[in-house]
Design a binder for this molecule. Structure first.
Ligand SMILES: N[C@@H](CCC(=O)N[C@@H](CS)C(=O)NCC(=O)O)C(=O)O
Length: 206
């Protein structure tokens, strides 16, 4: 049996896609949380000086999207064929652009960026949600399955639901306009395969 070890900080962040895929697929893995204190010593030993890293039988794979796509392909969560898989990739890449757009606000919230967080809430976060969430809602509606792929649940549902949790917490009044996305998150979080993990994982802001 393949041995998986996921190394990431003790937050959801870029590690959560992999965790959700592995739990959904009921694959045992070691979920190694690297503390911010131990990270500087480890940094130079990693391929790109960043986490997450997935060790597969002791061999490291870096980059959260490479990890998620690899695990999704291995465990049947990457779409039903190459075309659907590519459509899912496009949605994930769009979502990644949204996250990049919101980064100045996230950094200010974590006390690591420049600018006033209340101002950035309006100029960055709210503006980005109003521009981008309707695009995601349209895609969800077009799929018709309740998930982003017509064929059903995929890794991209996990990626987006994870963000919706954060977005909803940061801006409940803005996000209340996007009922289909909030419902999608609830649908993903109600999957029986994820129930135990979601109930037991630590609560984190990101
Ligand atoms: N493109 C990378 C970005 C990884 C990344 O930004 N990781 C951050 C945590 S979310 C990190 O390792 N920060 C510590 C550092 O750069 O020293 C991915 O998707 O995995």
């Amino acid at each position: 049996m393949v041995q998986y070890k996921l190394m990431y900080f003790p937050v959801r962040g870029l590690g959560e896609m992999a965790r959700l895929i592995l739990h959904y697929a009921n694959v045992p893995y070691e979920d190694k949380h690297i503390s911010f204190e131990e990270w500087p010593n480890m940094k130079t030993t990693t391929p790109f000086g960043q986490l997450p890293i997935l060790e597969v039988d002791g061999k490291p794979l870096a980059q959260s999207f490479a990890i998620a796509r690899f695990l999704a392909r291995e465990h049947g969560l990457a779409g039903k064929d190459d075309w659907e898989s590519a459509q899912l990739d496009a949605i994930a890449d769009f979502m990644k652009d949204v996250a990049t757009e919101c980064r100045p606000y996230f950094m200010a919230l974590m006390g690591r960026g420049e600018g006033d967080k209340d101002e950035l809430y309006n100029t960055v976060f709210k503006t980005s949600m109003e521009k981008n969430m309707p695009v995601l809602e349209k895609l969800l509606k077009e799929s018709g399955s309740g998930f982003f792929a017509k064929s059903g649940v995929s890794w991209v549902d996990f990626y987006i639901a994870n963000f919706m949790e954060t977005f909803e917490e940061l801006g409940p009044s803005v996000m209340s306009a996007y009922k289909d996305l909030l419902k999608h998150k609830e649908t993903v979080y109600a999957l029986p395969q994820l129930k135990k993990y979601l109930e037991s994982r630590p609560k984190t802001q990101f």
